[in-house]
Design a protein around this ligand. Structure first.
Ligand code: 5RP
Length: 223
């Protein structure tokens, strides 16, 4: 099976996690796009969807799915989104598509986070995928220096890219991530950082992994 076929299968499986008559959250990226296409087949069973990016909002609308403003809803039953990497405790790296801040907000509001990914995304430890950091434009060089001096790695400005919030992205390459939760907190405390792509404080609750043998289901260890 191709990677896209695995993404499509796992996206279809995620429909099982939708509670009818609720508002759901929808992520960003190619796996989330497959999910939107499947969601279109049951669109009348949900009240609407909160989008984690402008691209996702546009795709939802194109499929006739009602897009709702996050400030107009009290509750999101489930958030369905992809990831760039997940470890076995369902800590994630996200933001390959640059939508990390809105994704993190929607994930925070949601009662359940179901992550959907093909098997290449499941790793023993996070960090092979460059960690995205959204920064206020004027702070980019300062944040870069702070990162190099404190935790190392190689932060590189993502070229020709502006986030939906009008900010820049630094991708930290060559980073060994031993304690995702601590690192998430540390990076968020650097002045100028809007948010970083580590989803450890609020990781996924369920991870659906598409493999040629079918979809495997992993749950977060909440001790
Ligand atoms: C976007 C994301 C995506 O979930 C992540 O990049 C995975 O993308 P894809 O489903 O295309 O592999 O975090 O900001």
């Amino acid at each position: 099976m191709t990677q896209d076929e695995l993404k499509n299968e796992v996206a279809k499986t995620a429909l099982k996690y939708i509670t009818p008559e609720t508002i759901i959250g929808v992520g960003t990226g190619s796996t989330a796009n497959f999910f939107i296409d499947h969601l279109a087949t049951i669109k009348d069973s949900i009240k609407g969807a909160v989008a984690s990016s402008i691209d996702t909002a546009n795709r939802l609308k194109k499929n006739g799915i009602r897009v709702v403003n996050l400030n107009d809803v009290d509750e999101i039953s489930v958030y369905i989104d992809g990831a760039d990497e997940s470890d076995h405790n369902l800590n994630l790296i996200k933001g390959g598509g640059g939508a990390l801040t809105r994704e993190k907000i929607v994930a925070a509001v949601s009662n359940q986070f179901v992550c959907i990914a093909d098997e290449s995304k499941l790793v023993e430890s996070l960090g092979k995928f460059p960690l995205p950091i959204e920064v206020i434009p004027m702070s980019a060089n300062y944040v870069k220096r702070q990162i190099i001096e404190s935790i190392g790695g190689s932060p590189i400005l993502r070229e020709d890219f502006i986030t939906d919030n009008g900010n820049l992205i630094l991708d930290i390459h060559k980073l060994e991530i031993i304690d995702p939760q601590n690192l998430e907190n540390y990076l968020n405390n650097i002045v100028g950082v809007v948010t970083n792509g580590l989803f450890a404080n609020r990781g996924a609750d369920i991870l659906l992994i598409g493999s040629p043998n079918g979809v495997n289901i992993l749950s977060r260890n909440k001790n």
